[in-house]
Design a protein around this ligand. Structure first.
Ligand code: UDP
Length: 315
């Protein structure tokens, strides 16, 4: 099989992707600067044949000896709390980091896959969002650092495809959860689970009517790998169209955790998108992909991971 470089390979999604590529028989070079990822996420892979973990900041440069078949660019702070605290790093990895990752793919004649995001749609005016929708993003708002970095990354990817003939793909990833999410990354699911397991108040932003469509990490990885192995350029949405309000999500997590937490309402963050739902007809048509894990089943796995790591609850 092939030799794959995964930037951000020690992050939440990157670590699952590395594992899957190894399972498929690929050699995997995992690059990470451990800014928001951690070596602990890939500890269990270190013994596996064909896996190498390399501490590297892809905004400095990327050098890889020998042939490379695939470059998967997953490095970036990705939760709102992270990119609000690391705005310059987020912009750099989406711009300079993407240029470096594309340069590597060009040099090695490799297929390049960009981890983009539903955030490119911003606070969408079209619902659900097809890939043809150009989005509604505030470039000067606090979330602009992530949204615009990823939009720049998409434009750069297409430029390398058009002008350098690099074989590229763009996946737009919708909200994803699963084991190895950081309990303190500030996102709704880790927050709600942590709060429910501690019987502390569950903090719902605004009136909780804003929606997200949440997929389990195994479905995401399956979609990404199918896109990688296809010749398709994307952009392609990979997400679970099942849409829930944040109040509904909080209530379901409280029930699944058998928690006595009360639900409290906190201010909505600035530019917080009101609705989010992928149109996945392209992934279905091209890859025969659709999500398999429903919300309850997925949440049970994520909750079990949090329960099994009591130390993560101390954070
Ligand atoms: N949210 C919430 N309580 C929290 C954290 C987040 O109600 O403790 C809300 C947040 O305002 C947003 C939704 O949950 O409307 C999803 O936020 P998250 O940070 O998980 O992801 P993103 O905004 O990137 O989709």
């Amino acid at each position: 099989m092939g030799r794959s470089v995964v930037t951000g390979g020690a992050g939440f999604l990157g670590s699952h992707l590395c594992e899957r590529l190894l399972d498929d028989g690929d050699e995997v070079l995992c690059l990470d600067n451990f800014l928001t990822g951690t070596p602990a996420n890939v500890d269990h892979l270190l013994e596996r044949q064909g896996f190498r973990l390399i501490k590297a900041d892809v905004t400095d440069f990327i050098h890889v000896a020998g042939p490379v078949d695939n470059v998967l660019h997953f490095a970036s702070p990705a939760s709102p709390i992270d990119y609000l605290q690391l705005p310059i790093e987020t912009l750099k990895v989406g711009s300079i980091g993407t240029l470096h990752a594309l340069g590597l793919a060009k040099e090695k004649n490799a297929r390049f896959l960009l981890a983009s995001t539903s955030e490119t749609y911003g606070d969408p005016k079209v619902h659900p969002q097809p890939e043809t929708y150009w989005g509604h993003v505030n470039p000067v708002g606090p979330r602009g650092v992530y949204d615009e970095a990823k939009r720049f990354a998409e434009a750069t990817t297409m430029a390398y495809r058009r002008y350098h003939d690099v074989d590229t793909a763009i996946v737009r990833i919708f909200n994803t959860h699963g084991p190895r999410m950081r309990p303190n990354d500030g996102r709704a699911i880790p927050n709600f689970i942590k709060q429910a397991l501690r019987n502390e108040p569950i903090t719902v932003a605004g009136d909780g009517s804003q929606t997200r469509s949440i997929q389990y990490v195994d479905d995401l990885v399956e979609g990404v790998v199918r896109l990688l192995r296809s010749g398709h350029a994307g952009p392609m949405n990979i997400g679970n169209p099942h849409e829930v309000s944040m109040l509904d999500l909080a209530t379901q997590i409280r029930e699944l955790c058998e928690s006595a937490s009360e639900i409290v309402f906190i201010p909505r963050p600035e530019d917080d998108p009101t609705i989010r739902q992928p149109d996945i007809s392209l992934a279905d048509e091209v890859l025969g992909w659709e999500p398999k894990v429903d919300l309850h089943e997925g949440l049970r796995h994520t909750i079990a991971y949090f329960r099994a790591h009591p130390e993560v609850l101390e954070l």
